[in-house]
Design a binder for this molecule. Structure first.
Ligand code: N01
Length: 546
């Protein structure tokens, strides 16, 4: 029988039938593939890039590194792997993390089920046969019982539309789509847009290389020093000697990270001197744990103000020119409401003679010209422009795919007013479609590697349950989905993270609905909710035998 539209016969298409198609070969996709194969499912990853690694493949800009300790930001599923892999630094660089992921792919023989350089164009649910048809840029149509979107929450990079960009005669780059060839800024005049985590990492490196660096800042940012260093053998040994137990403890935390010696009291319950001492101690230690210096910094504005003021005082100490320091001081939003960054010599970079801060709050850009950037009658002559301008987070990568569920309904239409999921894992009317992009889950506030493993384990156990009990489909009921959405919102309103324009709530993308998308209730609570749903017979899900 011939399918006239695509010129392929049904037998040819059916021979392409597998249990699960996974979209994306990052941290999530790789472990998903491993777990599914171990559980007896046929599975395949489709990945658009020419290599595995997801964000760690694309974000190869100078200075890119992890801001969660590698001993924790790594897979826990194999004791052998976690014992034999040796990290060189506390916060390893992008190349080292990519090497690790490649090592994992080789060790567990994952590559044979990964198809690179292939874009998934569409995923269409066939209600008659309860299966997904995945259409790729190679013209393939793969049929799968289940589809897992491991497309990442920060993978759809975004260059803002600035008048005249297409006329620019120099080079321009986005941090999230960095070329694989060497980019050297020596002797060049470079502009950087964006002072989020990517900008904070790349700016000090370019400052060292460039003839002149212009940082075009729209919103000043809070950062804490990383104080990165080589991994000390004793520390590594401490982790490795009892890895399983440490990983277990991590699961019981809010952030999915072990942070020892933190104070479990309100910032307002101690004297101002004690407070400062604690902030100073955490500042000297470095790491994002600064936000946990006291247990109420994320929901008590008064407490948050004290920590924010401490960080502002540090900027004044570091930056020599007081006028520049004032421009670099973040104001108008709580600490943490835009994601806190870890830095290495970020503010120090502004003390270099070859670095100029351009404050876009004073005057916005008029245009990009063939030779640079114009603001009013001032021209900045440039050779290169770097956009560290972030991502269409959570939904951007999903919406690049034409995803259609029941009755041909598109995901885009369903989520026109903002995404809605149950546990961040599924959405109603899209049976057997699992989503692992951090929506409605704590991933972006926590140790993403651990959150990914939790999601993958949940999905795998769910598929085993369906197989054992002869169910054909699973999808959330709308009531459970709505209740989850309300809960995610209620938690977001309780904490201060919702009180700023950010990629958390879609505010960084023009026209995107303002919905607070991640779950801020903590890894421990999220896990418990996911477990309870299972214990109660997949409560909130509709399971059907045909
Ligand atoms: O992106 P961002 P990012 N003109 O959206 C500015 C993770 N990550 O790539 O705030 C001028 O945070 C924008 O300004 P404003 C991490 O979770 C982790 O830095 O919108 N500026 C902002 O300053 C992080 O949170 C690591 O006013 C413009 C910046 O661009 C997430 O990825 C490293 C502009 C965008 O900041 C995203 O970080 C890197 C315009 N038209 C990233 N448009 C680790 O360390 C936007 N901006 C693991």
């Amino acid at each position: 029988m011939v399918d006239t539209e695509n010129g392929k016969n049904i037998e040819e298409i059916s021979s392409n039938m597998i249990d699960v198609v996974i979209v994306g070969a990052g941290f999530a996709g790789l472990y998903m593939l491993y777990r599914l194969r171990e559980s007896g499912f046929s599975a395949k990853i489709i990945e658009v890039a020419d290599g595995i690694g997801g964000v760690w493949h694309w974000n190869r800009y100078p200075g890119a590194r992890c801001d969660i300790e590698a001993m924790q930001y790594s897979y826990s599923f194999s004791e052998e792997l976690q014992q034999e892999w040796k990290w060189s630094e506390i916060f390893p660089t992008q190349p080292e993390i990519l090497r690790y992921l490649n090592y994992v792919a080789d060790k567990f023989d994952l590559r044979k089920n990964i198809e690179l350089k292939t874009q998934v164009n569409a995923a269409i649910f066939d209600e008659t046969h309860s299966r997904w048809e995945i259409q790729t840029s190679r013209g393939d149509r793969i049929l799968a019982k289940f589809c897992v979107m491991a497309t990442g929450c920060l993978s759809a990079s975004r260059i803002p539309s600035i008048n005249g960009l297409e006329t620019f005669k120099g080079h321009y780059y986005h941090t999230g789509r960095w070329p694989q060839t060497d980019v050297n800024f020596s002797g060049r005049r470079v502009a950087v847009f964006g002072t989020g985590s990517s900008g904070v990492q790349i700016i000090p490196i370019i400052a060292k290389q460039a003839k002149h660096l212009f940082v075009f800042q729209r919103t000043a940012t809070f950062t804490v020093p990383a104080r990165n260093k080589p991994l000390e053998p004793e520390y590594e040994q401490w982790w490795k000697s009892n890895y399983a137990e440490h990983r277990k403890q991590m699961l019981e935390t809010i952030t999915g990270c072990l942070a020892l010696g933190m104070k479990n009291c309100s910032a307002m319950s101690v004297t101002p001197d004690e407070r400062l001492q604690e902030y100073e101690k955490q500042w000297q230690k470095g790491s994002l744990n600064f936000l946990g210096s006291f247990n109420d910094l994320v929901f008590n504005q008064e407490a948050n103000d004290t920590a924010a003021e401490f960080l502002r005082s540090k900027i004044r100490e570091i930056v020599e020119d007081p006028t520049v320091a004032e421009k670099l001081i973040p104001r108008g939003f709580p600490l943490g409401a835009k994601r806190l960054s870890l830095d290495t010599n970020y503010f120090e970079a502004f003390n270099h003679d070859n670095v100029t801060l351009v404050d876009l709050q004073q005057a916005p850009i008029d245009e990009i010209t063939p030779t640079g950037i114009r603001i009013g009658n001032k021209n900045y002559e440039l050779d290169d422009i770097v956009f560290a301008t972030g991502f269409d987070a959570f939904t951007g990568a999903l919406f690049k795919i034409d995803i259609r569920g029941r009755a041909g309904k598109t995901l885009r239409d369903k989520w026109a007013d903002g995404p809605c999921t149950y546990l961040g894992l599924m959405t109603s009317d899209f049976p057997n479609l699992f989503i692992m992009t951090g929506l409605g889950s704590p991933t972006v506030f926590a140790n993403a590697a651990l959150c990914i493993e939790q999601n993958v384990d949940w999905i795998t156990n769910c598929l085993v349950y369906l197989r054992t009990n002869h169910y054909e489909t699973i999808e959330p009921n709308t009531e459970a989905e709505n209740d989850w959405g309300k809960h995610v919102n209620a938690v977001a309103n309780f904490i201060l993270f919702s009180k700023a324009d950010s990629w958390f709530n879609g505010a960084n993308i023009e026209g995107k609905p303002r919905v607070f998308m991640p779950y801020a209730g903590g890894v421990n609570n999220y896990r418990k909710k996911c477990q309870d749903v299972v214990v109660n017979g997949y409560q909130g899900f509709i399971l059907a035998t045909q």
